[in-house]
Design a binder for this molecule. Structure first.
Ligand code: TYD
Length: 131
């Protein structure tokens, strides 16, 4: 198994639920960027890349989707369908997001600012760059 789902601290009472993510605590990096994906289409998967250095943490805030991780040794499909669980995507892990429900909102916390040079978008280049 490449990753397990990470349970997030949830504080729930009669008013609703509050879920906490802290940089350097819940996730093993300081959070420098947050982005989220909306209006996704079930037939249009995304991702298909790895990062040389970037580390990311994904939370499906609404709806559901499947994240496929590939570290060059094994592949793993993980269903994200609860806002109180997160998935760590480490550097040098090829990832694909698919199977989005209509109401899917996928939030991603990232360890660095956007840098296209950190992307590996060619699977063969990814395989060759693995240690
Ligand atoms: P990309 O990471 O390729 O999306 P996905 O892996 O979900 O298919 O990003 C799509 C486009 O958005 C691409 O042109 C780069 C741009 N982008 C930014 O400008 N800043 C960002 O923080 C991100 C994540 C993407």
């Amino acid at each position: 198994m490449i990753q397990e789902l990470h349970p997030l601290r949830k504080i729930e009472d009669g008013r609703g639920a509050l879920v906490v993510i802290e940089g350097g605590r819940t996730v093993p990096f300081e959070i420098k960027r947050v982005y989220y994906l909306t209006k996704l289409k079930s037939a249009e998967p995304r991702g298909f890349h790895a990062h040389y250095e970037l580390r990311q943490f994904m939370v499906c805030m609404s709806g559901s989707c499947t994240v496929t991780l590939d570290d060059g040794k094994q592949k793993q499909d993980i269903v994200l369908n609860r806002p109180e669980q997160g998935l760590m995507i480490d550097k040098m892990v090829w990832h694909v997001m698919s199977n989005f429900s209509e109401d899917c909102i996928l939030m991603v916390l990232a360890s660095d600012h956007y840098n296209e040079k950190d992307y590996i978008r060619d699977y063969e280049v990814f395989r060759k760059a693995l240690p």
